[in-house]
Design a protein around this ligand. Structure first.
Ligand code: UDP
Ligand code: MG
Length: 370
């Protein structure tokens, strides 16, 4: 009955009521890029109807980017907010920081190296208004190196689309537009920011894709190489696991464990068979094989231990999973709303209604009261 306070999601700040758009820009060593980028953003957004904020997160730059950002903030205090991280934490973490600060109804992350084009922002917003929750950018004509970036990325994107069932062409494009609700309570780990549309889509969000402009980098260096593709492949395994087994890990580990133990019995049986009952006429080489002359005893032991380990791992994973859901007051189901006649429910203090970390309203009924 006592409901733990959910982990603080990116909460709307009452002072920012009416903010339409937050642009989120993680930057690491982008001196020379941020000032022109800010100018372009200003040209696109300043005269327009939208109330917006530009959130730059300096990811521990060591090349003067921080000073440039501070100057931008002084020059455009009505729109620019800058967060400085104490050291380089990585693009995903920096983006997470920006998300926690953001107050807009719509959120658009983008790169700070001017490869994404601020002129695409109105198009992304227009697409969102067609009734989508996420619009993902597609860098159709991508300006990066072919061998280390474009080809591996194409393969990885195909795999991710196939495995996740979300048919996008370019998961890696930072420039996307989200309705706030989709991102509330989303916690980003590793390099997971590219997979937000997938998680959102699994939670029922409508996801669209829009071609966006991609420009060659004119200043500074890319921070990534071929190695990133391997991370994507590993993340993919994790995603697959989350999609199918996050709520029932014992079914995966347990099944592997049972098969392994079954194999162990099979090889034990084969071992006895070859030594005692092998029915071929005498003289054949395999007859009466002593145990030590075959790999079977070793296999028997390995499969048995592996199986037991796997089942135990499944039990552990179940315990971890429960902590995960319960510590964050996350529900295992995805409730959209509860419709009921109010007279049947005594009035409930607003604060007592738990809002789970994924931002959906839960516990509307009597059981939900604290
Ligand atoms: N970035 C960051 N922290 C890092 C690495 C990169 O904030 O540790 C930022 C970087 O400044 C840029 C964006 O993430 O704004 C994308 O980085 P990059 O251009 O190097 O990636 P690419 O476009 O080559 O994929
Ligand atoms: Mg770039």
């Amino acid at each position: 009955m006592p409901t733990p306070e959910p982990a603080a999601p990116a909460v709307a700040d009452p002072s920012a009521a009416g903010l339409d758009l937050s642009v989120l820009i993680p930057v690491y060593n982008e001196a020379g890029n941020v000032v022109p980028l800010h100018r372009e953003l200003d040209e696109t957004l300043a005269g327009g109807p939208l109330h917006y904020e530009l959130i730059f997160v300096d990811d521990g730059s060591r090349d003067g980017t921080a000073a440039e950002l501070a100057a931008i903030q002084r020059a455009d205090p009505g729109h620019v907010r800058v967060a400085f991280l104490r050291r380089n934490c990585g693009q995903t973490a920096a983006l997470s920081a920006a998300l926690d600060l953001a107050r807009g109804r719509t959120l658009i992350p983008m790169d700070g190296d001017r490869q994404n084009d601020p002129a695409d922002i109105p198009r992304l917003l227009a697409k969102l208004d067609e009734g989508y929750d996420v619009v993902s950018g597609w860098r159709r004509r991508r300006h990066d190196t072919l061998i280390t970036r474009k080809i591996p990325s194409r393969i990885a994107n195909r795999l991710v689309a196939r495995i996740s069932g979300v048919p996008l062409h370019d998961f890696g494009c930072t420039m996307k537009a989200y309705r706030r609700r989709v991102l509330e309570g989303v916690r980003l780990y590793g390099e997971m920011h590219r997979f937000i549309p997938i998680f959102a889509s699994w939670q029922g969000a409508r996801v669209a894709e829009l071609e966006v402009n991609h420009r060659p980098r004119t200043r500074g260096k890319t921070k990534y190489g071929l190695g990133r593709t391997f991370n994507v492949v590993l993340d993919l395994i994790l995603i697959r696991f989350f999609q199918r087994y996050a709520q029932r890990p014992i079914h995966l580990f347990g099944r592997i464990g049972l098969w392994s133990i079954a194999l162990s019995f099979a090889s034990f049986g084969a071992m006895l068979y070859f030594k005692y009952v092998f029915p071929w006429p005498t003289g054949l080489p395999l007859q009466g094989k002593p145990f030590v002359e075959t790999p079977l005893p070793l296999l028997t032991v390995m499969f048995f231990l592996g199986g037991v380990q796997s089942i135990l791992l499944g039990v552990l994973a179940e315990m971890v999973m429960r902590t995960y859901y319960e510590s964050q007051a996350k529900t295992t189901y995805l409730l959209d709303e509860v419709r009921q006649t109010l007279s049947t429910v005594p009035p409930v203090d607003d604060r007592a209604v738990p809002v789970p970390a994924d931002g959906l309203i839960a516990g509307g009924g009597p059981g939900g009261r604290a």
